[in-house]
Design a protein around this ligand. Sequence first.
Ligand code: PGA
Length: 253
Amino acid sequence: MDLVVQDTPEAVAECAAQHVASRVLALPSAHLGLATGATPRGVYQRLTNAHQRGMLPLSEVRYFMLDEYVGIDTKEPTSFQNVLRRELLSPVGAEPHSLEILDGNAADLSAEADRFEEALRSSGGIDLQILGIGTNGHIGFNEPGSSFTSRTRMVELHEETVQSNSRYFDSPEVVPRKALSQGLATIFEARSILLLATGDSKARAISSMVEGPTSPSNPASILQRHPDVTVIMDAAAASRLRSAQSAISKVSA
Ligand code: PGA
C-alpha cells in the first residue's frame, strides 16, 4: 500500500487528480470506478478543468458506479448517479451510456446487482477504482461485518452511515437506509485502487485500514491484501497512523 500524506484537502485533490490523469493518459480507454461523497469532489473538479483546458482526453473512458442509494429518484440532487453526471460526466461531455449505473430504483434489486456484475465482468473489469472511506471503515457501502467475498448487492446502511449521510438531506426521515453497493470482492478485483481520505473524522478508519487486523469487522482492511493500492490523505486523516512519519518523509523525498 502506498501512503501519501498531503497538508490539506486541496492538496489531496490535486495529487489524486494527477494520479487519475496519469492513468488515463497512459490508457485513454481506461475503466474508472467512481466513488461519490464529499471527498472525491475536488478530484472531479480538477479532472473536469484539465479536460476543458484540452489536457486530458476523456472521450474513451468508461465509468462504473461504486454504489447508489435505493429509492432516490435520479432527478434528486442526492442521487449518486445525478452527482456523478453533474460533477464529472456532463462537464466533460461524456456519452450518457459511458456510465455503467447501479439502478437503485430497479424493481428487482438483486437482478440489478447481478446485471451490474455481468456488465463489469464482460467489460474486462475496472482499471482504477476511486474510493472514499466511511468513519466506520466502510468502502463503497460495505459496512462492518461485510464478507470479504461479497459481490454487488443490496445492503442496509448502519446508523453511523445514515447519520453521516444526513448532511446531504433536508430532514433525517428521508435519508436512505438501503443502497446497492459493489461488494468487497468486486472492489478487490479492480486492477488498481486509489483511496482518498481527509479530516480527523477519518483518522481512526485510516489507521485501522492500514495497521489494524484484516477482518470483515474492518472492511477497508481487505485492501492490505491488494497489490496496487494508493492512499492519498491529508495530515488530519493520517494523524493516528504509526507509520505516518515515514509516509510523510516518503512524500517529501
Ligand atoms: P465522504 O464519504 O467522502 O462524504 O466522507 C466517504 C464514504 O462514506 O465512503
